[in-house]
Design a protein around this ligand. Sequence first.
Ligand SMILES: [Zn+2]
Ligand SMILES: [Zn+2]
Length: 314
Amino acid sequence: MQAVFWGVRGSYPTPGPDTVRYGGNTACVELTSASGERVIIDAGTGLARLGDYLAEQGELHQPLDLLLSHLHWDHIQGLPFFAPCHHPDANLSIHALRPDAVKLSDIVRGVARHEFFPVALDDMAASFHFHEVHPGRAFGARSFDVRPFRLNHPFGAVGYRVIADGTSCAYVCDTAPFDLLLHKKHFLKGPEPLSAADRRSLQRRKASLLHAIAGCDTVIYDTHYTQDEYARFPHYGHSTPDHALDMCAGQGIRRVVLFHHAPNHNDTQMDEIDAHYRAKGDLLGLEVVTAREGMVLPMGPGRRAPHMRPGTGP
Ligand SMILES: [Zn+2]
Ligand SMILES: [Zn+2]
C-alpha cells in the first residue's frame, strides 16, 4: 500500500510563493493497494488534482470509495471539481458520519446546490452511493478493510484505519486532544469545566483511538497548531505535533505524518516544525514525516523512502 498526498493544508487553500514547497491545497490523501485499487480519504481542494491525474491515466471509470472524516469545507470543497463526478461510467461510494438528523445524501448534495455550483450532484454524470459511517463498525471498500473511530472535533469527525497488503495506515484528522469536550457551545464560547461524565467519555474516546492506531505502519495526524497557537485556540478542534507524538509513542507505530498544516504556516515555519519534530521523533523511536503536496509514502515490508511524484514540488 502507498499513500499519495494531494492536499495537506487545513482550513482553507493557501496558494502562493510562501507555501510552494509544502503545498496549499486542503486535505486529500489517496491510498493505493499493490493491486492498483484505491480509496481516497477526504475531498479537500487537493481532490481536483487527483481527478485530473485519473483523467490523464484514463481511469475515470474505476469504482472509487471516498472516505470523509467530516463535512467541514476544507474536507469537501474539491468534490464538485473531481473529474470522475462528470464521467458517465464513474461509480463513487461516499462514506461519512451523519452529523445531525438530515440525511447524509442531502448534506453532501448541499456542496453542489445551485447557489454554490452550476451543476447539481443529481445532474452530474457519475453514479453516487452514500454510506453512513458508524464508529467502531468496520466495513470493506474493495480489497481494503476500513475501521472507523470517533475523534474529538466540533460537530463530530471520524478517523479511519485502512488495512491492505498486510499493512495499516490510520488517518486521524480533524481532532483535538482528549482533555476537553468539543461540541457546538464550546466552539462558540470556549471550553467549560468538565463533569465527571465528560471526563469518562473523553477517556473512552482516547482509549478507542489508541486501540485503533496501535501497531499501524503509518499514522497521518492532525497537527494544525504549534503549542503556542493551541494554547490560544484549544476549543477549535485541532492538535499539535506534540499531541500526535504523545499519542503514537509506545504504540508499535513506525511512522507519524504531520498533516493539516495551519494556513498561516509558511514554508520556512514548516521547515522548522519538520526539523524539530523529526529530532523529537528520533528520541521516541518514531519516524516523523511532514506531509507535502505530491509526496508519495510507500508502506509495509520492503518499502521505499518517501519521495515526490514526478513533476510536483517547486
Ligand atoms: Zn479541517
Ligand atoms: Zn474540521
